[in-house]
Design a protein around this ligand. Structure first.
Ligand code: HEC
Ligand code: HEC
Length: 222
């Protein structure tokens, strides 16, 4: 009976999921009062990160988790918020959480929001060798000083670093390599007046830094 029931149940879920997705909208859930979901949305200085390229930026499993149990990524607040770095404003109120069914449908919707004309497949999936990882860690921490504004992971496996930029301590579970590469090469495609210094990286350095960032994973804690 159970064996018969499973395919029936799966059929039911497949049949019903598009209906669920239709009932999800950022307006209905109050998300669009803080986030922009389209380049045309006019929140002049958004208090929350832009989501109109969420499909390029995020790994879907991370989104599904975040939407149900949001974690702080930007301990000093969001860089486009006029209150950025004002201790009184950060961390902001807890992020709204969605029940599982809505989180799944919302994650599907977010993954459909993409920008055209981004470079693709510049970074292959071969991880850095141990020696290269040590060398790029030095670039990240000392040469470019990324660690002054971003959390990475120290030798003891703990998040460590500055907090004025988003934490990268779990970037390997959160972001896609393609998006990180595009961000490092041309942040102006995503944010008009960003606060991160522009490093004018050549492709090779951007690829190395992307691979290093993608190696940062800190389990469920961020
Ligand atoms: C009151 C304002 C507010 C509302 C309403 C809100 N958010 Fe957010 N959201 C934020 C802020 C602020 C952050 C950044 C939190 C951080 O980095 O720690 C954020 C982060 C996110 C992120 C991660 C983005 C990133 O780049 O790290 C996603 C995805 C997200 N929100 C989706 C949603 C969805 C979907 C809704 C509606 C159900 C929603 N938010 C409602 C303020 C809001
Ligand atoms: C002076 C502070 C500062 C330095 C140094 C810095 N960043 Fe950033 N970074 C930021 C801020 C702030 C943001 C958020 C977007 C914005 O305002 O531009 C950001 C965004 C990012 C993001 C996107 C994260 C996300 O979740 O949206 C990545 C990836 C990143 N930085 C990597 C780096 C790397 C790699 C370096 C070193 C080569 C670096 N950053 C140096 C401040 C900094």
């Amino acid at each position: 009976m159970r064996f018969l029931f499973t395919p029936l149940l799966c059929g039911w879920l497949l049949f019903y999921s598009p209906v669920q997705a239709e009932s999800i909208s950022p307006e209905k859930h109050g998300c669009s009062s803080c986030h922009r979901f389209s380049v045309e949305d006019s929140l002049e200085l958004p208090k929350a990160p832009d989501l109109f390229y969420a499909g390029n930026k995020f790994q879907q499993p991370w989104l599904i988790k975040f939407l149900q149990a949001p974690r702080v990524v930007r301990k000093a607040g969001v860089s486009t918020d006029p209150e950025f770095l004002n201790k009184k404003s950060a961390p902001a109120q807890p992020h709204p959480a969605l029940p599982q069914k809505d989180a799944l449908a919302m994650a599907d919707y977010l993954m459909s929001l993409t920008l055209p004309d981004l470079s693709k497949d510049k970074v292959d999936t071969v991880p850095l060798t141990k020696g290269n990882k040590v060398r790029v860690k030095i670039l990240f921490e000392r040469n470019y000083g990324c660690i002054a504004c971003h959390e990475g992971i120290n030798l003891a496996g703990q998040a460590r670093g500055g907090i004025s930029g988003p934490s990268l301590a779990n970037a390997g579970n959160r972001l896609t390599a393609d998006w990180v590469f595009n961000w490092l090469k041309a942040p102006e495609k995503f944010i008009a007046r960003g606060r991160m210094p522009f490093f004018n990286l050549d492709d090779e350095s951007a690829i190395k830094l992307t691979k290093y960032i993608m190696s940062l994973k800190i389990g469920d804690s961020k």
